[in-house]
Design a protein around this ligand. Structure first.
Ligand SMILES: C[S@@+](CC[C@H](N)C(=O)[O-])C[C@H]1O[C@@H](n2cnc3c(N)ncnc32)[C@H](O)[C@@H]1O
Ligand code: SF4
Length: 388
């Protein structure tokens, strides 16, 4: 065994992330790698070809390892035709190792144009739909710069539920001028729809977004606190368990793809700006692809779009693992640390002690988990695991 290197007895479960980098227009709060469609720059066929090359070029790196989950994220994957999604999934299925009952999620925006494609996405093999509703209130949707209205949101949920066995809704709260009653009405509406998974995010002003340079009138801290409590309370009261900082699910309905990230699993990322993390018997490698769609497609046509490839250093494993695992309300088993990082838990013993002393972490010999306080001050808790 090489000193200072991880040592894996078994490699972590593997997921596949597929990034679709276009949207009808850029929302003013969004810092995802998404680009407004401007006629010429939206080239579906060429992008699908680039994705297939991307996947093929990485195959030797994960040959023989089964793919447990697939996630089409964006951007707006539902801008793509069902034919394109089908072509991509056919390409993926050509890898002999896709699990027969793999969870395959697609993110969709609730416009009429996308709703019409839901049945064809299902036929292509998508078995979980994640709809970016954000709010059921027209005034708030408008303030967020969304291209859809509340009526379309309602219809998307209704048709989504009729078409897919599993549906998630993304909601945001603490929106410009939003009251507690309005936030409560949104979450009540979402719960009443019958979906089994909800992601509820507090709106944050991300650097490099329009909302950051021109902040909208957000509710004050007290109202934000009251809104969050109301949202979490309504979800708990309706039987949704908060299993991750922003993710809520009914029994057995957690998102396997995201859980794999949070449990420090492996993932292959294909598409513009996609990140990947792969473990090998004695190293873990992270990769990032070219971010701009045109730059990515050109690079893939020339053979390789990786702009960053680096091996994780021993000093990074503690933070990288905890950054993810501490998002989980029930925490993780102590043994998972060694299984997923390839290092013994003693690597982070002093930081675990410090976190426990501050009341941010609870643990016994089997598990460790963030406390209520730790979840509230998650950044502070995570930072304790940063090495200088
Ligand atoms: C990749 S995005 C988008 C999916 C889809 N394009 C959409 O917007 O409906 C995933 C989710 O992150 C959330 N999100 C994006 N930007 C956010 C922000 N600044 N603050 C809080 N949540 C945000 C939204 O709920 C969004 O649906
Ligand atoms: S539609 Fe989604 S990904 Fe696109 S800009 Fe808006 S929030 Fe970002």
């Amino acid at each position: 065994m090489e000193l200072g290197k991880p040592h894996f007895t078994a490699l972590p479960p593997l997921s596949l992330y597929i990034h679709i980098p276009w949207c009808i227009k850029k929302c003013p709060y969004c810092d995802f790698n998404s680009h407004a469609v401007k006629g010429e720059n939206f080239t579906e066929t060429r992008y699908v070809e680039a994705l297939m090359r991307d996947l093929e070029s990485q195959l030797p790196q994960f040959w023989g390892r089964p793919i447990h989950t697939i996630f089409f994220g964006g951007g707006t994957p539902s801008l793509f035709s069902a034919r394109a999604i089908d072509d991509i999934l056919c390409g993926v299925c050509a890898c002999p190792q896709l699990f027969a009952d793999a969870e395959i999620t697609l993110e969709a925006n609730p416009g009429t144009f996308e709703i019409e494609k839901f049945a064809a996405y299902r036929a292509a093999g998508i078995n979980r739909l994640s709809i970016g509703i954000q709010s059921f209130n027209d005034a708030h949707l408008h303030a967020l710069g969304r291209v859809h209205n509340a009526g379309e949101a309602e219809r998307a949920v209704e048709i989504g539920l009729k078409t897919f066995p599993r549906v998630n809704l993304d909601l945001m709260y603490a929106l410009p001028n939003q009251t507690e009653a309005e936030a409560k009405a949104d979450i009540t509406r979402a719960i009443a729809s019958g979906v089994t998974h909800l992601s509820a995010y507090q709106l944050t002003l991300e650097p490099n977004t329009l909302f950051h340079s021109q902040p909208p009138p957000l509710p004050n801290d007290d109202t934000c606190g009251a809104i969050e409590e109301a949202v979490h309370g309504a979800l708990a009261g309706a039987g949704f368990s908060r299993y991750e900082i922003s993710a809520f699910a009914r029994e057995g309905e957690t998102c396997a793809h995201n859980l794999n990230y949070w449990k420090f699993g492996d993932y292959v990322g294909i598409g513009a700006g996609a990140h990947g993390k792969l473990s090998f018997p004695n190293r873990v490698e992270r990769t990032v692809k070219a971010k701009q769609p045109e730059q990515y497609m050109r690079a893939m046509e020339a053979g390789d779009a990786v702009i960053e490839r680096r091996e994780l250093a021993r000093s990074e494993f503690g933070f990288e693992f905890m950054l993810n695992a501490l998002r989980l309300t029930e925490g993780v088993s102590v043994t998972l640390f060694a299984e997923r990082t390839g290092f013994p838990i003693s690597l982070i013993a002093s930081q675990l002690d410090a976190a426990e002393k501050k009341g941010l972490l609870s643990r016994d010999h089997l598990r460790f988990a963030p406390t209520e306080l730790g979840l509230r001050y998650l950044n502070d808790l995570q930072e304790l695991f940063l090495n200088d």
